[in-house]
Write a protein that binds this ligand. Structure first.
Ligand code: PGA
Ligand code: ZN
Length: 397
């Protein structure tokens, strides 16, 4: 049983405060986890409260219901208790940041009690033994950087890599190669929140640079590396049109543009190509290019089974982004993965632009047999997850 839950404010990678939870159990189990935080957050995400408020509310409502009452190893009961303590639909009382930190810390304490790695505790003995392909953010802008591309993320996708470790290093090479190409072109580049290069270039030029970087590294390493995008189109959508600097695109033009880019660059992955309310637009694009690329809903689904079901009903996408803090608990995240896979959709486990050293999502991706994980390419808060994946593959956690 859980004997204590401690909550504190710690720093995230943007320098903002976030919630960290420590869960202790009667038999000496210990788990610690911290909530990440988004910048291009979806309208329908669970509510992130200011950490001080979230911590005070969780101490008042959730902690007393957990301590001496619930087993850390019983994840569904931990998470149901968090929901009951909160009482709202979207964790607006205790904050999804408190909820997800406690949910993940309890999972780690539960694993610790069993003496099992977290992915094993969460995934069970009969999980598959596949490893996720890391999607590495190489060039980007949007809400993650000033004066850079309109499209939020240009992602390397080393789909042909023979191992997770080779995939991780391939992404780092594409990131390094992109830097050289930017230098050759005389383009200075800062870095965005997730460590991607944030150059002041057009989206068209970013496509070119990314295409070149990917094919150079593909030639060098001898396995297939594709590339993909997170357009984060909700952030560009205003007054019924998509804004690219001074230019705009209508919904039909946006669908044509994305379909053309899929064919021109053989994109293997396109996240949030359209606004978060546009299920029909998503369905039309999926109908057009879904046989050759993943169309993934992030802000569209917000890891929420009800929104996912609406999407399934109209064929809005063939893949879903899973961010535990969008919904508040690991149970909800697992349920979303399960609903997606029952409907033939791929789940992509994801970090946020504001992160900590917490590596829970690496374990979650392995536990759920997810084909992809999105967790950056370089920088400590990103490599925390990538290196943990390498350790899991090496059976060294
Ligand atoms: P966010 O961005 O964490 O700022 O929401 C990541 C994403 O859109 O996938
Ligand atoms: Zn996204």
């Amino acid at each position: 049983r859980i004997t204590s839950v401690a909550l504190r404010r710690v720093l995230d990678s943007r320098g903002n405060p976030t919630v960290e939870a420590d869960v202790l159990t009667e038999s000496g189990g210990f788990g610690r986890a911290a909530a990440p935080s988004g910048a291009s957050t979806g309208e329908y995400e669970a509510i992130e409260l200011p950490p001080t408020e979230a911590i005070a509310a969780a101490r008042r409502h959730a902690v007393p219901r957990l301590v001496d009452e619930v087993h850390a190893g019983n994840q569904r009961e931990v998470d149901a208790t968090l929901r009951a303590a909160d009482g709202s639909e979207n964790f607006s009382e205790i904050g999804a940041n408190s909820a997800v930190a406690i949910s993940m810390a309890a999972a780690k304490a539960g694993a610790d009690v069993l003496g099992a790695p977290l992915y094993q505790h969460l995934g069970g003995a009969f999980r598959g033994d596949n490893f996720p392909t890391p999607l590495g953010n190489v060039i980007g802008g949007g809400e993650h950087a000033k004066e850079a591309t309109n499209i939020q993320e240009f992602l390397a996708a080393p789909v042909g890599a023979p191992s997770v470790s080779e995939a991780v290093f391939a992404n780092a090479k594409v990131h390094a190669r992109a830097s050289e190409i930017l230098d050759e072109r005389g383009v200075p580049a800062a870095k965005g929140d997730e460590g991607a290069w944030a150059p002041p270039v057009s989206d068209a030029e970013a496509f070119e640079i990314m295409g070149e970087a990917v094919s150079d590294v593909e030639d060098e390493l001898g396995f297939e590396i594709g590339f993909g995008l997170d357009i984060a189109a909700s952030e560009m959508f205003e007054d019924g049109v998509y804004h690219y600097g001074d230019e705009t695109k209508t919904t039909d033009e946006q669908i044509d543009y994305v379909a053309e880019m899929v064919d021109e660059y053989d994109l293997v992955y396109v996240e949030d190509p359209l606004d978060e309310n546009d299920y029909e637009g998503f369905a039309e694009l999926t109908e057009r290019v879904g046989d050759r690329t993943l169309i993934c809903g992030d802000d569209l689904f917000v890891t929420n089974v009800d929104r996912l079901q609406d999407g399934i009903d109209v064929g809005a996408a063939n893949s879903i982004l899973i961010k535990p803090n969008q919904i508040g608990t690991l149970t909800d995240a697992f349920d979303a993965v399960e609903l997606a896979s029952r409907n033939g959709m791929d789940a992509v486990i994801s970090h946020r632009s504001g992160e900590t050293e917490d590596a829970t999502i690496a374990h979650l991706a392995v536990a759920t047999d997810a084909p992809f994980i999105k967790t950056g390419t370089v920088q400590g808060e990103r490599t925390a997850k990538l290196n943990e994946l390498i350790r899991i593959a090496d059976d060294a956690v």
